[in-house]
Design a protein around this ligand. Structure first.
Ligand SMILES: NC(=O)c1ccc[n+]([C@@H]2O[C@H](COP(=O)([O-])OP(=O)(O)OC[C@H]3O[C@@H](n4cnc5c(N)ncnc54)[C@H](O)[C@@H]3O)[C@@H](O)[C@H]2O)c1
Length: 462
C-alpha cells in the first residue's frame, strides 16, 4: 500500500451505503491524487465492498470500484483512524424517519448523525472540513457546528452542505455527469475557503458552471425541496390517472400533451403504482415536520398531501385487482413481477411492491414474487409473512398456473417476455395489471388477457 504522503489530500466518508459507496468511488476514479477511504460500522457491508460482490447493484459500479480499489479507494471499519488521517470528512450515514418520541413518523432521526459528530470531535487533532452528504433538516449544520465546537475552540471545523442528487439505478451516470453539484457554506472567510476546497475536488471532472455555490441553509433546504417537487410530480400525474380510468381519457396521452409545454417539461410524468425509495417519503415528512415546527401548518398540509396521495394510489391498485377479479383473490395465485422500487436497482426500501404484496396476502392470495435483482431484499421485507409467498426469479415459472400478473417494477425484461407463452400457462380468465404502463396493452388483450393499466380504460373480454 502507498504511504499517505503520496496523496495530496485524505478524504474520508463515514457511511458506506447507496450514497457513500458510489460517490466516493467516483471521486477516487476522477481524482487519483486523493486518497479516499470509506468507513462504516457495518462490518458485513465493508467486507462486501472489499469483495467481488458489492453490497449494492448499480450499472457500471463494479467496474468503477474495481479500477480504484486498493489504488486510492479503500473500504474499512477503522472509523477513528480514518477521522484522524482525514482532511475532508463526508458524512453519509442514514437519516431515517424517527420512530419514537417527539416527531415520530415524521422528523428525521438524527442519532446516527450526532454520534458521528461526537466521534469526529473526539478523534480530531487538527482543522477539518466536514461535509454533510446525507439529506438533513434545514439548519442541521448549526447543530453539527455546536457539537464540533464544544472543544473550547482549539480546532476549526467548517461544516459544508453538499447534498447528493444521484438517482438509484443511474447513480454512476449521474455522478459522472451531474446536472449540478451544490455546495453550501458559511459566508465567512473560513467558510468560503472551505467551500473553495470542495469546489476544487469536483472541478476535477465537473464543469464550473455546473457547480452551484450557496449559503449552507439554502443547500440543505434545496435537497428537501428537490425531492418534494419530484414526488409531487408523481402524485400529480397519479391523481389524474384515477380520473382517466373512469372517463376513458388516457394518462399517457394527457402526460404527453402537457409535457410538450416547455414550462411543464416532459420528465417525471409517468403514471404508476406510486413512488418508492428510501428518500421521497422520508424527506417530505421531514419537510412537513419542519414547517409545522415553525407554525407553517398550511405549507405542511400541502406537502403532506403528496405522501397521502401516494399511499392512496398503492391502496387503489390492490382494491382495483380485487374488484376486477370478482371481489376475491383468496386461494388465487398472483405473480408479482418486480419488487425493486424502480428498475436497475436491487433496492426495495419503501417499494410499492411491499404494500401491494402484503395487501394481496392479507386477502389470502398466494403470491409469487419475482425480480431479477431484488429477491434478497424482498425476502427480508416479507420475512414476517410465513405463508402465502414464494420467491421465484424466473418470470415464466412465477406466472405458471397464476390467475393474475401484477407488473410493479419497470424492468426492461418484462417488456420483452413471451406473453403468449405466459398466457397459455395461466388459469383463465387471465388478468394482467400493469402498474408501470410498460406493456403493449392491445397486444396482450389480443392474446386473451384482461388488461388493467394505470390511467387507462380497462380492456376486458367480459
Ligand atoms: N439512496 C439514495 O438514493 C439517496 C440519494 C440522495 C441522498 N440520500 C441521503 O443520503 C444519506 C445516506 O443514504 P443511503 O441510501 O446511502 O443510506 P444507507 O442506509 O444505504 O447507508 C448508510 C450507512 O451509514 C452507516 N452508518 C450509520 N451510522 C454510522 C456511524 N455512526 N458510523 C459509521 N457508519 C454509520 C450504516 O451502517 C449504513 O451502511 C441519507 O441521508 C439519504 O437521505 C440518499
Amino acid at each position: 500500500m502507498r504511504s499517505k504522503m503520496t496523496f495530496k489530500k485524505n478524504i474520508l466518508c463515514i457511511g458506506a451505503g447507496y450514497v457513500g459507496g458510489p460517490t466516493m468511488a467516483m471521486i477516487a476514479a476522477k481524482c487519483p491524487q486523493y486518497k479516499v477511504t470509506v468507513v462504516d460500522i457495518n462490518e458485513k457491508r465493508i467486507s462486501e465492498w472489499n469483495s467481488g460482490r458489492l453490497p449494492i447493484y448499480e450499472p457500471g459500479l463494479d467496474e468503477l470500484v474495481t479500477a480504484a480499489r486498493g489504488r486510492n479507494l479503500f473500504f474499512s471499519t477503522e472509523i477513528e483512524k480514518g477521522i484522524r488521517d482525514a482532511d475532508i470528512i463526508f458524512v453519509s450515514v442514514n437519516t431515517p424517519t424517527k420512530t419514537f418520541g417527539q416527531g415520530a413518523g415524521m422528523a428525521a432521526d438524527l442519532q446516527y448523525w450526532e454520534k458521528t459528530a461526537r466521534q469526529i470531535l473526539a478523534n480530531s487533532d487538527r482543522d477539518k472540513i466536514i461535509v454533510e452528504k446525507s439529506t438533513l433538516p434545514v439548519r442541521t449544520a448549526k447543530a453539527m457546528e455546536r457539537i464540533l465546537n464544544s472543544n473550547g475552540g482549539t480546532i476549526n471545523f467548517e461544516v459544508l452542505s453538499n447534498p447528493e442528487f444521484l438517482a438509484e439505478g443511474s447513480a454512476v451516470k449521474d455522478l459522472e455527469n451531474p446536472d449540478r453539484v451544490l455546495i453550501g457554506s458559511r459566508e465567512t472567510k473560513e467558510g468560503l475557503k472551505a467551500r473553495k476546497e470542495l469546489v476544487d475536488v469536483y472541478a476535477n471532472w465537473v464543469a464550473h458552471e455546473r457547480i452551484i455555490e450557496s449559503n449552507v441553509w439554502s443547500a440543505e433546504l434545496s435537497k428537501l425541496t428537490a425531492n418534494a417537487f419530484l414526488a409531487q410530480r408523481v402524485s400529480s400525474i397519479n391523481s389524474l390517472s384515477a380520473l382517466c380510468e373512469v372517463t376513458e381519457a388516457d394518462i399517457n396521452e394527457v402526460a404527453y400533451a402537457i409535457g410538450t409545454d416547455s414550462r411543464i417539461g416532459n420528465k417525471f410524468l409517468k403514471a404508476s403504482v406510486g413512488f418508492g425509495g428510501s428518500c421521497f417519503k422520508k424527506d417530505i415528512l421531514n419537510l412537513v415536520y419542519i414547517c409545522k415546527s415553525y407554525g407553517l401548518n398550511e405549507v405542511a398540509d400541502y406537502w403532506d398531501s403528496v405522501v397521502r396521495l401516494n399511499e392512496w394510489q398503492e391502496k387503489r391498485f390492490v382494491l382495483n385487482m380485487l374488484s376486477n377479479m370478482f371481489n376475491t383473490v383468496a386461494g388465487k395465485k398472483i405473480a408479482v413481477l418486480g419488487f425493486a422500487f424502480k428498475a436497475n436497482t436491487g433496492d426495495t426500501r419503501e417499494s410499492p411492491a411491499i404494500y401491494i404484496t402484503r395487501g394481496l396476502v392479507e386477502e389470502r392470495a398466494q403470491v409469487n414474487v419475482s425480480d431479477p435483482k431484488a429477491l434478497v431484499n424482498a425476502r427480508e421485507d416479507l420475512k414476517d409473512m410465513r405463508e402465502g409467498i414464494e420467491f421465484i426469479e424466473d418470470p415464466y415459472k412465477a406466472s405458471e398456473g397464476a390467475h393474475a400478473i401484477a407488473v410493479l417494477t419497470e424492468w426492461d425484461i418484462y417488456r420483452k417476455l413471451d406473453y403468449k407463452r405466459i398466457f397459455d400457462s395461466m388459469v383463465k380468465p387471465a388478468f394482467i395489471f400493469d402498474g408501470r404502463n410498460i406493456l403493449n396493452h392491445r397486444e396482450l388483450f389480443d392474446i386473451g388477457f384482461n388488461v388493467f393499466a394505470i390511467g387507462k380504460a380497462p380492456l376486458k373480454h367480459f
